[in-house]
Design a protein around this ligand. Structure first.
Ligand code: ZN
Ligand code: ZN
Length: 589
């Protein structure tokens, strides 16, 4: 592969970028060692849209340091140093990196290398690395260092603390500039910033990290989503469940979670019985299924629940609404016969697409993960399930990639990531077969033949978690929620106190018409009130003055569009109602 590198790079643009970025990470480490001798280097891979390198150094890298490192990288790239692959024996490699004072590399070589060790060298810099790489540093032209953060050696919290410098690289200046612009835009839309600004949610260290407080405006959006979700599930033939947040530890022993799942909080004990807070809803739904003998005529059974689960995440990895410790899954479990499997999977995938369309998402990234080497269940069931998953994606006209052998041991699955307006992918939907829990909990139904049969069991989440999906919506819409989701849909702004009474009546009129309106009766200047309503991104603003009171009308402003002039109230309500019912993504009057 090394020999045909250029041909290979041309053939696969994604792989080419990975090689470029990995080469840029070597350039970064090279520059750091030139500028800060004595620094130890850890690992430096290409990651999605970026690359990084980890460094062990007592002094923290400052922003000025990053600028200096970037300049040094440009200099080393300008020198167009050849990047050479060399192979040496393991003892030789260990001696070499020991001499260089690179103890972390010595550790890696001791752990990972075979008898022969592959290294890459450019100028005075040498790295233990499998490659592949570009052939010279001059090919790395368009790059930018982005940030520095903390990291642990080998991800071990008790291990050495390293500094991780992130950067990105592209083959053209245009692509790099576009990407940097996108990062700027993403920063502006960051839900961790918009959340407090729009008073949607908060975290509180006194409460505990990763536990979300939904404020009134965020809570409105959540219940609108939940109501929509419930209604659609009723239409889709699901039964709704509520299940507890705790279960005896024995339940999690039986499900295998105590053995295989490491994100559980420690158990709690009462009356000498150990309980575990739930990290998943599955065993509960299974218990409802198992609460009586099922017949082939009862199937399919589809149980849905907005089930709140708790998972232990290290405090260092918590990230806004995207990585939390308590979250509500839009969960479901489907139990069906073999002859129903394909249709059930098709329905689930169509259902997911239906939801994303309602929220305005049109692009997806989809992966189908198939049977790994170690698996449970019968091979013919796996084959049948994989075929059903493929059929479902074809039916929904969705392009996908196959992750051959990358399924979890208990069943194949589909993962659907939606792309937001900035083309970033967000993991949402999972449709996952399970041959493990059905066995462990001995699921069965009585067949037409009067004998016991094992049903197929499917785990299914569409939006993923409400918290994470909310984070996605905030960033996708930049806080400008479409009318049907907006916490306040109409702001009513009287100009003077003598207009308050009419404003109050108008508020009642709209509320009775199921519109979320809010009258601003503070003694503030009208321009101030308008500015505030605009900064709160309220889609529709009705201004009330003498003229409007006299003619029983209102003067309309649309967020981001400005003045629209006078509106008749009955027409206004009818139009708003239609926009809400249609889940319109734009507001046009
Ligand atoms: Zn490398
Ligand atoms: Zn499940």
């Amino acid at each position: 592969m090394e020999e045909n590198k250029d041909m290979f790079l041309n053939a696969d643009p994604e792989k080419a970028l990975e090689v470029l970025r990995h080469s840029a990470s070597h350039l970064l480490a090279h520059a750091v060692l030139e500028l800060f001798p004595g620094t130890q280097v850890g690992i430096g891979p290409a990651v999605e849209n970026a690359f990084y390198y980890d460094f062990l150094r007592a002094e923290p890298f400052s922003l000025e340091d990053l600028e200096a490192i970037e300049r040094k990288m440009k200099e080393l790239a300008g020198a167009d140093l050849p990047i050479e692959k060399i192979t040496i024996s393991k003892p030789e490699a260990i001696r070499l990196f020991k001499e260089l004072g690179q103890d972390l590399k010595v550790e890696l070589i001791q752990e990972k290398a075979g008898d022969q060790v592959t290294c890459y060298r450019q100028g005075k810099f040498i790295d233990f690395c499998l490659g592949p790489h570009l052939s010279s540093t001059g090919q790395i032209k368009h790059f930018k260092l982005l940030s520095v953060s903390g990291a642990y050696w080998k991800g071990d919290e008790k291990g050495k603390q390293l500094q991780r410098i992130y950067g990105t690289a592209f083959f053209t200046k245009q692509e790099l500039d576009n990407y940097l612009l996108l990062l700027e835009e993403a920063k502006k839309r960051d839900h961790r910033r918009l959340g407090p600004e729009l008073d949607l949610f908060s975290f509180n260290e006194d409460l505990g990290g990763g536990l979300v407080l939904w404020h009134p405006k965020g809570a409105v959006i959540r219940y609108v989503i939940e109501n929509f979700w419930r209604e659609e599930h009723v239409k889709g033939g699901y039964d709704y469940l509520y299940t507890p947040h705790l279960a005896k530890l024995d339940v999690w022993r039986r499900s295998g979670h105590t053995e295989f799942y490491d994100a559980m909080f420690p158990p709690l004990e009462s009356e000498n019985i150990e309980y575990e807070i739930k990290p998943m809803n599955c065993p509960f739904h299974i218990m409802v299924y198992n609460s009586k003998q099922r017949s082939y005529r009862d199937l399919p059974i589809r149980y849905a629940e907005l089930g709140t689960v708790y998972r232990y995440e290290r405090s260092g990895v918590l990230h806004g609404l995207l990585r939390v410790r308590g979250f509500t899954q839009d969960d479901a479990h489907i139990f069906c016969r073999s002859d129903q499997l394909e249709e059930e999977v098709i329905k689930a995938v169509r259902f997911a697409k239906h939801f994303f369309t309602a929220f305005g998402f049109k692009e997806y990234e989809i992966f189908l993960s198939t049977r790994p080497e170690k698996y449970v269940g019968k091979i013919e069931d796996w084959d049948k399930a994989e075929a059903a998953l493929k059929q479902a994606l074809a039916d929904a006209d969705l392009a996908y990639k196959i992750d051959e052998g990358a399924g979890v041991f208990y069943g194949p699955k589909i993962d659907i990531k939606v792309k937001d307006v900035l083309k970033r992918s967000w993991q949402c939907t999972t449709v996952q077969l399970d041959f493990n829990l059905s066995e462990r909990f001995d699921l069965s139904y009585t067949g037409e033949d009067g004998k016991d049969h094992r049903p197929f069991m499917i785990h299914r989440a569409l939006l993923g978690s409400l918290e994470r999906f909310f984070g996605l919506l905030i960033e996708h819409f930049n806080g400008n929620f479409p009318l049907w989701l907006a916490p306040v849909q109409v702001a009513i702004l009287p100009i003077a106190e003598r207009h308050h009474e009419y404003a109050g009546k108008l508020d009642t009129f709209l509320k009775n018409g199921k519109v979320r309106s809010q009258a601003d009766l503070r003694r503030e200047k009208i321009n101030y009130k308008i500015r505030e309503a605009e900064s709160q991104k309220i889609p529709l603003i009705l201004v009330i003055g003498d003229k409007e009171v006299a003619s029983e009308s209102a003067s309309l402003r649309i967020h981001g569009q400005g003045d629209k002039g006078p509106v008749n109230l009955a027409d206004f309500l009818a139009k708003v109602t239609r926009l809400i019912d249609d889940k319109s993504l734009t507001v046009i009057f």
